[in-house]
Design a protein around this ligand. Structure first.
Ligand code: PMP
Length: 387
């Protein structure tokens, strides 16, 4: 059997159709869309089509409401820093609300704003990794400039009640941003139903290429540019358009939209098959995150007396790729901030492993994991007991 990839929350395979389309725009249609000659002009209709597919994926009402970025890191940095910059002279609006389970691209950006004088409230999640609209409401003040809360968590998959949270923000007249990077392609994401002002996403999490993503900007909520220079993206982001990236993201967006039903049924069925097997057959395991309010592809589970890093190595020896949580944090041997936020003790948080599936995960791959996992866990537990 070839290698089994169960780390789709870290990144995904580019879909074959997206890769094929991109190839054309790297080799024959390589013109700069800003150029006034055939090479440049040739790219424009396909570019338009790709952008339309991206708008449709999130149901953006207007064609120019999505700012194409280099990914969610840029989108998150852009919105938070631009709102801060716009409020810089206003001592009245110097308060920000986020959560203690955000991705580092949001969390660390707010830590940076604190150094520049902002006041930031980090709402604590409950033991299942959820944040309520009531918590947001209680934290809102006259000084609050922006609320930034993720739609789905990358480590545990919990889905937060963003439409309720956005309703509270709207009522208070406060801007609301959501990092939807881990939700797109897994659950329906509709900016109009959510009622958010800003929404970030990244193509490589839904079988598009790396280095491309976007920021939805509600009409009338225009931000200052993050990159100054050329007039691309209606003066909102300078830089030659990443045409192959946008084309690839467009194909991936269409496929992600078409695949949502499969995600909710088949991907979930396979995730549940793995999860139920572990819960029923391996003793002393702890599911992290909310069992119901969770993306259908994600399983984060701690195996008592089984060190997560060691388990990953053993899985890797069996050609199975999983993760201990956030790929961005995996080089720091610190235990996960998100798992600690759930109130799990530090020792147990080191024993957690994340399996994240995709629509390319085959049932026989899950069956193989199921066939080797109990022996791997047993061996590691014997080592930890010093047998
Ligand atoms: N937000 C979340 C929730 C993520 O999972 C990631 C990727 N790990 C990012 C932001 C950063 O996205 P990108 O890789 O596109 O910069």
């Amino acid at each position: 059997m070839k290698r089994i990839y169960l780390d789709n929350n870290a990144t995904t395979m580019v879909s074959p159709a997206a890769a094929r389309e991109m190839e054309k725009f790297n080799t024959t249609h390589y013109g700069n869309p800003s150029s006034l000659h055939g090479f440049g002009l040739d790219t424009r209709p396909e570019l338009r089509k790709a952008l339309d597919r991206i708008y449709r994926l999130i149901n953006a009402p207007d064609a120019d409401d999505v700012l194409i970025t280099s990914g969610a890191t840029e989108a998150n940095n852009h919105v938070i820093k631009a709102v801060f910059a716009a409020q810089m002279d206003s001592v009245q609006k110097n308060h920000y609300i986020t959560t203690n389970i955000e991705h580092p691209t949001v969390y660390r950006t707010f830590e940076y704003l604190e150094k520049l004088g902002a006041r930031v409230t980090y709402l604590p999640c409950d033991k299942n990794g959820l944040i309520s609209a009531a918590q947001v409401k209680a934290a809102l003040t006259e000084q609050t400039a922006l609320v930034s809360i993720m739609l789905a968590n990358n480590e545990i998959g919990t889905i937060l009640p963003l439409s309720e949270i956005a309703a509270e923000c709207r009522q208070a007249g406060v801007l609301i941003h959501t990092d939807a990077t881990q939700a797109i392609g897994k659950i329906p994401v509709n900016v109009q139903d959510l009622g958010v002002d800003y929404l970030s996403f990244s193509a490589h999490k839904f079988h598009g290429p790396k280095g491309i993503g976007g920021l939805y900007v509600r009409h009338g909520r225009r931000l200052e540019p993050f990159f100054h220079g050329g007039e691309q993206m209606a003066n909102l982001r300078a830089g030659t358009l990443n045409v192959p990236g946008i084309i690839g993201m467009g194909v991936a967006a269409q496929e992600a939209l078409d695949g949502l039903a499969y995600e909710a049924t088949e991907v979930k069925r396979l995730r549940d098959k793995l999860e139920n097997f572990i819960l029923q057959n391996i003793p002393d395991v702890f599911l992290n995150g909310d069992k119901q309010k969770r993306t259908p592809n994600t399983l984060n589970i701690a195996f008592k007396d089984c060190e997560g890093e060691a388990l990953l190595w053993d899985l890797n020896e069996h050609d199975i790729a999983a993760s201990t949580g956030s790929a961005c944090a995996s080089e720091e041997l610190e235990s996960s901030r998100v798992l600690r936020a759930l109130g799990i003790d530090k020792a147990l948080s080191h024993m957690a492993v994340r399996f994240s599936l995709s629509r390319f995960t085959a049932e026989k791959e899950i069956d193989y994991v199921i066939s080797v996992l109990p022996a791997i866990i047993k061996r590691l537990r014997e080592i930890s007991e010093g047998k």
